[in-house]
Design a protein around this ligand. Structure first.
Ligand SMILES: [Zn+2]
Length: 482
């Protein structure tokens, strides 16, 4: 919704966006010959064979949770998963006895930016804190979905691949594909459809596989960007406003971000190519999610195989009185940023955000209706600002998807295998099955009966086990700075 997203983006738009040098913190400064994974202080398990015994498995397919399972990891892959009573654990395996724990696939975060904006330090790439935070929270693959600096993202991705730093697998995005009158100073503003083609062509040739079109783009520019991306075998998603969902679907877009509250086609008086300003925060009160207009949009998306990315945690910034306090947030934020966020949060607790809560409920209903109609729903955290930071935002999404009416198993599926399907890597990651890459998240607790994934105790990426406490401690006071 404009007022939700304006609310958060206003924070970004009003800050001083002065550039500054990255110095030695960038990935380029890392030596290619630095320590491999095994010597990283963040690695707790690097044996070739590991058995996770007596765990409950939610496998990412949407199937019901299975109690008392044993998952065997071998050489970075899942070798087997089955009942502990009949499981064969190879000799020499590192055996972890984990009753009371749930194992889910590594989260595939589809809207997981590499930057954070605050009024304290501006919008900055979080090249140090975010990769570790994502990993610590169980996010093993991200698509950055709108980049502040694609070269930085490519360098971080390469450093993670080399093992010189730790983090998730990064699907890098191009710079925002934005039209005129951007409220964000670090975005290029397209001048024409040809300009859109030029931008997409350059970054496609640099190897960027996804682009995100943004709020002010015109239909002609978006159509050109999609066509040019597809010519190069690349894909396009969008956070729309000036263009409606059905118009973008008709152009062949591959994915749509955020959902109902960024689809302006239901707004009264919407003009073509113009991002409307919300006149009335109660405008969603009378929108019927089961009515013919919304049904037509959903049917179009489903029949054209356009996936949708749920970002409930960032929408919740629009109705902040309902956000539960996450004390981990203030530990991760840089002290000055924490002060600002705390003041915002404390004030927000007394805010009358009834209309925004109604809209938020409609956004949840829209996602439910989309899935019911056969749509492919994935999720991402949009860790842009305020209380929305890497990893913890994804964990909040899980709770919100449950609140939206999905079962814990469905919520896991949305956050794992559905994201992998959107990215075209579903044959390799996203579910717990033999032969898949061993990207696994161990959560303390029975996630199926108490739907929370905040208590992550161990994260495996490609069979390497990462120490959640060490990762989390190492980024204390960093978010907002680096
Ligand atoms: Zn975003």
């Amino acid at each position: 919704m404009r007022y939700v997203l304006r609310h958060s983006w206003a924070v970004l738009a009003t800050i001083a966006l002065a550039g500054f040098a990255w110095g030695a913190t960038g990935a380029r400064a890392q030596s290619p010959a630095a320590a491999p994974h095994a010597r990283s202080p963040f690695v707790s398990i690097d044996t070739a064979v590991v058995a996770l015994e007596h765990v409950t498995v939610i496998d990412g397919t949407g199937a019901a949770a299975r109690a008392d399972q044993t998952v065997v990891i071998e050489q970075g892959k899942i070798q087997s998963v089955g009942p502990s009573g009949t499981a064969t654990v190879p000799g020499g395996a590192r055996v972890l006895d984990l009753p009371g724990h749930t194992v889910i696939p590594g989260i595939v975060g589809l809207h997981d930016h590499m930057y954070y904006g605050s009024s304290v330090a501006g919008t900055r790439s979080m090249l140090t804190s975010y990769p570790r935070l994502f990993l610590a929270a169980g996010v093993t693959t991200i698509r950055t979905t709108g980049s502040l600096d694609p070269y930085q993202e490519m360098n971080v991705r390469a450093a993670i691949e080399r093992g010189t730093i730790v983090g998730p697998d990064i699907i890098v995005s191009g710079p925002y594909v934005q039209g005129r009158n951007s409220s964000v100073s670090w975005m290029h503003e397209l001048g024409s459809p040809d300009d859109a083609r030029r931008l997409v062509r350059y970054w496609s040739e640099e190897g960027v596989p996804w682009f995100k079109a943004y709020t002010q783009i015109t239909r002609d520019e978006l159509r050109a960007a999609i066509d040019e991306a597809h010519r190069h075998g690349m894909k396009v998603t969008a956070h729309l406003c000036s263009v409606g969902f059905r118009e973008a679907v008709d152009m062949g877009i591959d994915n749509l971000e955020h959902g109902l509250l960024t689809d302006t086609e239901f707004w009264p008086g919407k003009q073509p190519d113009v991002c409307p300003v919300a006149s009335d925060s109660a405008q969603y009160d009378n929108l019927d999610i089961d009515g013919p207009d919304v049904r037509r949009t959903i049917a179009d998306m489903v029949s054209h195989h356009v996936a949708m990315t749920s970002t409930l945690a960032v929408f919740e910034l629009g109705s902040p009185s309902r956000i539960p306090l996450d004390p981990r947030l203030y530990e991760a934020l840089a002290p000055a940023a924490a002060t600002v966020v705390r003041a915002w949060y404390d004030t927000a607790q007394h805010k009358n955000d009834h209309a925004e809560r109604v809209a938020f409920g409609k956004a949840m209903a829209f996602e439910r209706a989309f899935v019911k109609a056969g749509g492919l729903l994935a999720a991402g955290s949009d860790p842009c600002c305020l209380t929305e930071i890497a990893g913890y935002g994804d964990q909040r999404n899980f709770e919100l998807l449950n609140e939206a009416g999905f079962t814990p198993e469905q919520a896991v599926q949305i956050m794992t295998s559905n994201g992998a399907k959107v990215l075209g890597i579903g044959d390799r990651v996203g579910t717990i099955a033999s032969g898949k890459q061993a990207d696994l998240v161990v959560v303390d607790g029975d996630v199926a009966s108490h739907p929370s994934i905040r208590n992550v105790t161990l994260v495996f990426r490609r069979g390497i086990g990462y120490d959640v406490a060490a990762l989390t401690t190492s980024v204390r006071g960093m978010v907002g700075l680096k």
